[in-house]
Design a protein around this ligand. Structure first.
Ligand code: TPP
Length: 381
C-alpha cells in the first residue's frame, strides 16, 4: 500500500519539517508539488547543495527535508560526510531508490547505484529505513510513522537519517498547474538542431533531450549521456580538446547545466573554437514531471558572457530559432546558444538504450568518432 502524498507531507510537517529542498524525481513528485504549492520548496541545483541548504535550516532551528533520487547520492556524499556527519547536523533525507530491488526492472544507468545505496549508507554509518509500499514488496519496509520515529531517534543522537523510497511507495498529486502553451518546443528546436548537425560530434544530456535527439535522428556520432546529470558539457569539453578539428555540440537542459554550472567557467577559460553548447531552457525538470527549475530569472546572455563563452546566442521565439542556430554554428567557440522553450511533458520518446546496452552504444560512438577522424587522415586507431 502506498502512502498518499498529502498524508506524507502532513506527517513531515507535524514532525516539524516545514520546508523541502532537493532535486526532483518522478517518484517523489507528490510531496515535491505539495511543498511547492505552499511556497515551502527550494529547488536546489544539486543534491549536495540541497543537503547543505537543509543543514542551514537545521542550524537555524527550522528543520526541513531533502527530496532526491539515489542517482544524486554521489553528489551529496561530500557534505554528508564532511559537514552533516562531521558536525552532527541531523538532516532528514527522502531518497528514491532507482535500480532497486531488481536493477533489471529499471534503466541501465541506475544499476550500480541501485544495488549500492543501502550498502553505502551502512558503510557511512547513516541510519536509514525503506518506506513500505510500491516495489518494496509485501512485508518489506516501514510505514511513515515508524520512518519518522526513526528519523527523530537519529536526530536525538545528532545523526542524519535517510528514508529510502521505492518506486510507487508514495502516491501522486495532479501535474504542476498552468504550463505555458506558446513558443518553441523541445521537438521543434531539437529537429532544427539535427538539421544542422552534419557530422559534428554530439553529446546529449540526461532525460527527454537525449530521447528527442535519438527520435529525430539516431547517429553513431551522438553520445547519449543517460545518467551523470549535468556532465554533458564536461564530456563535450574533453571531446573538443581531443578532436580540435571537429565541431563538438553539447545539447543540454537548464536543470542539468545549473547542476554543474562551474563547467561553464572551465569552458569559458579555454580556447575551444570548435565547441557549441546548446541549452534548451524549458524552465523546468521536464523529464521528472516538469517541476520548476530556477532558470526563470536568469539573464542568459549576461551569464554566458560572464562565464567566458566567446559568443552567446539566445532565442525565445519560434521565428528566431533557425537564425540563432545558424549564427551559433558559424561562430568561433566556445559558443553558448540558449533556446527557451515551452514544456511538452506528454511528448515522450523511447531512450536510445531501449534497444541496446549502454556499453554497446558507447562502442558505437567510439567507432563513429574514429570513422571521420580516419577518413580525414587523423589519429583513428
Ligand atoms: C544527479 C541526478 N539527480 C537527479 C536526477 C533525476 N533526473 C533525471 S532527468 C532530470 C531533469 C533534467 O532537467 P533538465 O536538464 O532541465 O532537462 P529536461 O528534463 O527539462 O529536458 C532529473 C532531475 C538524475 N538523473 N541525476
Amino acid at each position: 500500500m502506498s502512502v498518499g502524498a498529502a498524508e506524507l507531507v502532513d506527517a513531515l510537517r507535524a514532525s516539524g519539517r516545514h520546508r523541502a529542498t532537493g532535486v526532483p524525481c518522478g517518484h517523489l513528485a507528490g510531496p515535491w508539488e505539495l511543498y511547492d504549492r505552499a511556497g515551502d520548496l527550494v529547488p536546489a541545483p544539486d543534491e549536495g547543495a540541497a543537503l547543505a541548504i537543509a543543514a542551514g535550516w537545521e542550524l537555524g532551528g527550522t528543520p526541513g527535508v531533502v527530496l532526491c533520487q539515489n542517482s544524486g547520492f554521489g553528489n551529496l556524499v561530500n557534505p554528508l560526510t564532511s559537514l552533516v556527519l562531521a558536525c552532527r547536523i541531523p538532516v532528514t533525507v527522502l531518497m528514491t531508490l532507482r535500480g532497486w530491488p531488481d536493477p533489471a526492472t529499471d534503466e541501465q544507468q541506475h544499476e550500480v547505484m541501485g544495488a549500492a545505496t543501502p550498502a553505502l549508507l551502512r558503510t557511512l554509518g547513516v541510519p536509514h529505513a525503506v518506506l513500505a509500499g510500491g516495489v518494496a514488496g509485501p512485508g518489506e519496509g516501514v510505514d511513515v510513522a515508524t520512518l519518522l520515529a526513526e528519523a527523530d531517534a537519529a536526530r536525538a543522537d545528532g545523526l542524519p537519517f535517510v528514508g529510502l523510497v521505492p518506486r510507487g511507495a508514495i502516491g501522486k498529486v495532479g501535474a504542476p498547474a498552468s504550463l505555458p502553451g506558446d513558443g518553441p518546443t523541445r521537438s521543434s528546436v531539437v529537429a532544427a538542431l539535427m538539421d544542422r548537425i552534419g557530422d559534428a560530434l554530439l553529446v546529449t544530456t540526461t532525460g527527454y533531450l537525449s530521447r528527442q535527439a535519438h527520435h529525430e535522428r539516431d547517429r553513431d556520432r551522438t553520445f547519449y549521456m543517460q545518467g551523470s546529470m549535468g556532465h554533458a558539457a564536461a564530456i563535450g569539453l574533453g571531446l573538443a580538446q581531443a578532436h580540435p578539428d571537429e565541431r563538438v555540440v553539447v545539447l543540454d537542459g537548464d536543470g542539468a547545466l545549473l547542476m554543474h554550472l562551474g563547467t561553464g567557467a572551465a569552458i569559458g577559460s579555454l580556447p575551444l573554437a570548435n565547441l557549441v553548447h546548446v541549452v534548451v531552457d524549458n524552465g523546468c525538470y521536464e523529464s521528472t514531471g516538469a517541476q520548476r527549475s530556477t532558470s526563470a530569472h536568469l539573464d542568459w546572455p549576461a551569464l554566458g558572457r560572464g562565464l567566458g563563452y566567446r559568443r552567446v546566442h539566445y532565442a525565445d521565439s519560434t521565428a528566431e530559432v533557425p537564425d540563432v542556430l545558424d549564427a551559433a554554428f558559424a561562430a568561433t567557440g566556445p559558443v553558448l546558444c540558449v533556446l527557451r522553450t515551452v514544456p511538452t511533458p506528454d511528448d515522450v520518446h523511447p531512450r536510445a538504450s531501449s534497444g541496446s546496452g549502454l556499453p554497446q552504444l558507447t562502442d558505437r560512438f567510439r567507432v563513429g568518432v574514429r570513422g571521420v577522424a580516419q577518413a580525414a587522415g587523423g589519429v583513428g586507431s
